[in-house]
Design a protein. Structure first.
Length: 699
């Protein structure tokens, strides 16, 4: 299919090109004023758009439409309604009105809302987001929407994201105005690199843990891991290649700019990176990509795992969130070589450093999940400590500014630098080394937030980043109010220096995986929230609520509801994992071990009967290992059972989460270790599930 990529690209999207072609020019212009200029949408315009959208969708084979939205748990939701409208004479018309396009009322009572809606008025509304294009998926016209309660409170991930994009746009424009620039269209740009595993459907079906929890709760390390580093960027096996080709085609049809695909570090692990887009679309596209990956894998006898840590001891999967700002399409984080633009760059950089330091706990919280708890700090992903990597050159500049050593910096680096007359150094593009251990790294002309896990909806991390940076920009713009020319430059540099001094603790260019960094970070007073239970409560900190409320991104009610939903989700997941674990131990592992032990005993007895004088110590040792293992497993099973029931009954969700993290999860780890130890004692014939060797090395 690849020869006609430009023909299929976007063919299932009601994009600007289709709109320009199909809509009357007044309607098109009015809609563009909404999409690009943020003007409210008129119902007359909506009616015309709806009609045209429906005609287009029917031509493409669609029979239904849906308001596609992002509830607080899970990834996306949809409910399909047909266009069908029967008429009196027995025929049916296909109808779709502006009202249906703009608003819908799903029976939303069973979506998580963290107490925002009492069940007796469980009404939720979805509202059209015209800034993300409608598209067709499996004969359904999908309309990206925001989801809110009867009282207008956000019940989804998209609403606060859209609010945060507006907020940062306003503040960036205020800062640009100080540099004498006219108001421009400011976009947050995002590119999400998506990691995932592909395994065969056959092994998946034999593992209850994978089917119900998306990760293996048991499994001894494979004989071969990733030590040969042959998988990373290695040749892609044919089955996987077929999958990737189909995926690319499907994504391209949806106008998703899938760009790079390659094998990842771990066996059976892969990555897809798109070309970055405006944040709202990039995130819709990431969610669609994840869905397509899961759906299409089955066409190839494969299952796509998007869990952060499907296999113990094997690298987990993340979702690197590349983030930048652009003004009329021009990247604002391009260090550039024009001196006056460098001052602007340094202001933006300083605001970002301030934001990440001030709101480090919120950023950590935004990536917290039961799955990501296994990944962060496991020597394969950044630790649970937020820090910024700037690279050698930028770090040296920050250092010089903080210590008033600009002139020395200049001579050391042979770069003219005289801040007083605004000739800042010219930066080289791609001046940053690759530091893969940093959670938040400057990579040439953008930041890469590496903490998000593969399964998360990246909306929240970006919402927080946008809002926190808006706060930094606002404090700069407020401080510079009314200044221009030389006084502005002087004050701006003084502000940069002071702010950097206040926040330089967040900058760390060393090895983020090392134990020394953990100690050093503690000394610097940086937060280190190891588990989801530890990371969530910061949502209720006054300072964080104030941030969201100051910019109207979330109100206190909305924040509290999010906190509740997250806690509940965490507790429910641990509960499911504990139950699956117990079930597997009781019904699979213990019977298998017992039957193998019986076989060993019987053989021992038989051999003894024939050769009473033979040395049977090896067989006896195996039998002892088996019986001792069974004893340990039984003991831990009882302990898990009791603790799990006790913790599950705790009514306070935070307390329940704390106990899950500190009591239930550690017992699960111990139980797993005991079972795994026997995986290399019991004969393969008796072992009830496929091993890591079999799951990870298929063809
Ligand atoms: P690497 O992570 O190896 O540096 P790339 O430089 O190709 O890889 O970029 C990774 C991701 O960052 C891609 O999805 C890319 O589109 C995205 N990206 C590049 N520039 C920007 C930008 N200005 N804003 C947001 N994302 C960007
Ligand atoms: Mg990357």
């Amino acid at each position: 299919m690849s020869e006609n990529v430009s023909e299929i690209y976007g063919s299932l999207v009601f994009n600007e090109h289709v709109m320009a072609e199909r809509l009357p020019s007044v309607t098109y212009k009015a809609l563009m004023r909404t999409i690009q200029g943020g003007e409210p949408l008129d119902i007359e315009v909506a009616n015309v758009v709806a009609h045209s959208m429906k005609e287009w969708a029917i031509e493409k084979g669609a029979t239904h439409y849906t308001h596609w939205f992002q509830p607080l748990t899970g990834i996306t939701s949809e409910k399909h309604d047909s266009f069908l409208d029967p008429i009196a004479d027995g025929r049916a018309l296909m109808r779709f009105s502006g009202k249906e396009l703009i608003k819908s009322e799903p029976d939303a009572s069973s979506f998580p809302n963290g107490g925002l809606r009492a069940t007796f008025e469980a009404r939720g509304y979805t509202a059209w987001d015209p800034t993300s294009f409608a598209f067709i998926k499996d004969e359904v016209l999908c309309i990206p929407t925001a989801f809110c309660s009867y009282t207008g409170e956000a019940l989804d991930e998209k609403t606060p994201l859209l609010r945060s994009c507006l907020v940062i746009e306003q503040q960036v424009n205020r800062v640009l105005a100080l540099f004498g620039e006219v108001e421009q269209r400011i976009d947050v740009t995002v590119g999400c690199e998506q990691e995932y595993f592909l395994i065969s459907e056959e092994s998946y079906r034999q593992r209850l843990d994978l089917m119900l929890t998306n990760r293996t709760l048991f499994g001894y390390a494979p004989c071969k891991g990733q030590e040969l580093e042959e998988h990373y960027f290695g040749a892609i096996r044919p089955t996987v290649n077929e999958f990737m080709k189909e995926l690319d085609d499907e994504l391209w049809k949806l106008g998703i700019p899938a760009k790079t695909k390659h094998n990842e570090v771990a066996p059976a692990q892969h990555e897809l990176a798109p070309i970055f887009e405006q944040a709202n679309r990039a995130i819709d596209h990431n969610l669609l990509t994840m869905e397509k990956m899961r759906m299409l894998a089955s066409h190839h006898g494969l299952v796509c795992l998007q869990h952060e840590k499907p296999f113990k001891g094997i690298n987990g999967s993340g979702k690197h969130d590349n983030w930048s700002l652009s003004a009329n399409g021009k990247n604002l984080l391009e260090p550039g070589d024009n001196p006056i633009e460098n001052l602007r760059f340094l202001v933006l950089l300083t605001c970002i450093i301030e934001a990440v330091d001030e709101y480090q706990e919120l950023l950590r919280m935004s990536v917290a999940s039961a799955g990501n708890d296994h990944r962060l700090g496991a020597q394969e992903a950044p630790p649970a400590i937020v820090s910024i990597y700037l690279g050698e050159e930028l770090s040296a500049i920050v250092d010089a500014l903080v210590n008033d050593h600009e002139s020395e910096y200049a001579s050391a680096h042979k770069v003219a630098m005289d801040l007083g007359v605004s000739t800042l150094p010219a930066f080289l593009k791609d001046n940053t080394d690759r530091n893969r251990t940093s959670p938040f790294a400057f990579t040439g002309n953008k930041f890469e937030f590496r903490m998000p896990g593969s399964s998360c909806n990246p909306s929240e991390a970006n919402t927080i980043l946008n809002t926190a940076v808006a706060k930094g920009l606002k404090s700069f713009a407020d401080a510079m109010q009314g200044l221009e020319g030389e006084p502005f430059e002087r004050e701006a540099i003084a502000w940069i220096k002071k702010t950097l001094r206040d926040h330089e603790r967040i900058i760390f260019d060393g090895n983020g995986y090392s134990a020394e960094w953990e100690a050093e970070a503690a000394r610097r007073g940086l937060a280190n929230k190891r588990t989801t239970a530890d990371a969530l409560p910061c949502l209720l900190d006054r300072k964080n609520i104030d941030l969201f409320e100051e910019f109207g991104v979330l109100n206190e009610n909305e924040i509290r509801s999010r906190y509740e939903v997250k806690l509940e989700k965490y507790n429910k997941l641990i509960n499911i994992e504990a139950r699956v674990m117990k079930r597997m131990v009781r019904l699979l592992y213990l019977p298998a071990i017992a039957s193998y032990a019986a076989e060993v005993a019987e053989n021992l007895w038989k051999v003894k009967a024939v050769l009473p004088e033979s040395d049977l110590t090896p067989q006896e040792t195996i039998l002892r290992k088996l019986t001792e293992g069974v004893k340990a497993i039984n003991g831990l099973l009882v302990e898990l059972d009791e603790t799990h029931h006790e913790v599950r009954a705790i009514p306070d969700q935070q307390e329940c989460a704390n106990q899950n993290a500190n009591r239930v999860v550690p017992i699960m780890e111990k139980l797993r270790a005991e079972v795994d130890n026997l995986e290399i004692v019991v004969s393969a014939k008796h072992w009830p599930v496929p091993s890591y060797n079999e799951i990870l090395f298929y063809d």
